[in-house]
Design a protein around this ligand. Sequence first.
Ligand SMILES: [Zn+2]
Ligand SMILES: [Zn+2]
Length: 120
Amino acid sequence: MKHYICLGGCGGVSEEAGICETDSCVNQYELLEECDCTDGKHGKKEETEDVLVVKDSNGTQLSDGDDVVLIKDLTLRGTSTTFKRGTKVTGIRLTGNVEEVDCKLGGSAIVLRTEFLKKV
Ligand SMILES: [Zn+2]
Ligand SMILES: [Zn+2]
């Protein structure tokens, strides 16, 4: 795709012809150069999303769908239900919190703290 780049060192790339508008650029207000290279990136960094790295008690990274086991007996808050150490939990779901994962256990959706989990 045709695009326009600044040669002044600011790394500016535009889809339309125009001038560089970067304050600190030596080519500010100079016309952008036409370019039709294939990737059109010109060293521009890809936007990187903040990737949450969720880890189990051993520091092993956890992902959506992983299976884990409990490393201690856990009592479900507000109930008398206890899940024994060694209970296997399949198909965990990451949350926005690196210390917690969602899962289904005993038919109910619960949140587990990653410090009590070990990936299997
Ligand atoms: Zn520029
Ligand atoms: Zn280009």
